[in-house]
Design a protein around this ligand. Structure first.
Ligand code: IPD
Ligand code: CA
Ligand code: CA
Length: 271
């Protein structure tokens, strides 16, 4: 049986508390008032309410910690070395459309390193969590990344840069290269769950760029703690800082990195 530390208990209990409201909202999604944050990027009452509630709950438990949250921004705490990195709902578009693939993501960063992470999917009631050096778990079950080493047998998740037209010409050759070599590509719509699914061995790999720290802080720890590899898509070692993520077991990660690099290489000049 997995033993959760006091800080992970705080994170799990905060996630479960806000999730109750999300499950209710999900059931009557049509009653939600929606405002536009940007084209195609909706922020709901639920996002801001859950963000505020999580800050309240986490502050009650650890009053000195700071915050970086999607809806509340950065707030310095008395304890300069520790902060919570929070995405109240990762997968808002899914949530708004009645698609159950969304999650609450909470990470604890200490002295610049993420040391604990929780990704909780309210509808499936799946609690993915990890502590640095202690492994990753789904509820009570220890997680390991998939053992498949052959990309041809692998299911790979991605995020499509649909609001960044400047990224499309670069992305499509990567998608082409990977879809031609693997068993299937999936676009779930929640980067936190994409990473949690890699940690659980459901997906063999994942790549996406243009992400924010709150999308991936907890999920990257889940993958690392389940024995997976994480990097930037160019192989760099700071995926969270750059919001540029490639994850998988070592063999799949290496193979994907090679394919992405090839896809990015400029082609021969024409004309
Ligand atoms: C989004 C999801 C999505 C990813 C987007 C994110 P949100 O987060 O993680 O999978 O492709 O880039 O912005 O807006 O639902 O919190
Ligand atoms: Ca997000
Ligand atoms: Ca969000």
């Amino acid at each position: 049986m997995a033993r959760t530390s006091p800080v992970v208990n705080v994170m799990q209990s905060a996630a479960r508390k806000v999730a109750r409201g999300l499950v209710r909202d999900f059931g009557e999604i049509e009653n939600l008032q929606v405002s536009r944050k940007g084209p195609g990027d909706f922020v709901t009452n639920a996002d801001t309410r859950v963000d505020r509630k999580l800050r309240e709950l986490l502050s009650q438990a650890r009053p000195k910690f700071g915050f970086l949250t999607e809806e509340g921004g950065a707030q310095a705490g008395e304890d300069g070395g520790r902060r919570w990195i929070v995405d109240p709902i990762d997968g808002t578009t899914n949530f708004m459309h009645g698609i159950p693939m969304f999650a609450v993501s909470i990470a604890l960063e200490e002295a610049g390193n993420v040391t604990a992470g929780v990704v909780y999917a309210p509808i499936t009631d799946e609690m993915f969590w990890a502590e640095r050096g202690q492994g990753a778990y789904l509820n009570d079950r220890r997680l390991r990344v998939a053992a498949r080493r052959d990309l041809q047998e692998a299911v790979i998740a991605t995020g499509i840069p649909h609001l960044r037209p400047e990224a499309t010409p670069g992305y499509l050759p990567e998608l082409r290269a990977i879809m031609d070599e693997c068993a299937g590509v999936r676009r779930l719509g929640s980067a936190a769950l994409d990473l949690a699914y890699v940690a659980a061995g459901r997906f063999d790999g994942f790549w996406e760029t243009g992400l924010s720290p709150w999308d991936v802080a907890a999920g990257l720890l889940l993958v690392r703690e389940s024995g997976g590899m994480v990097s930037r898509t160019d192989g760099g070692t700071d995926p969270m800082e750059k919001g540029d993520v490639l994850a998988g077991n070592d063999a799949i990660h290496t193979r994907m990195l090679r394919l992405i690099r090839q896809a990015r290489r400029p082609g021969p000049a024409t004309g």
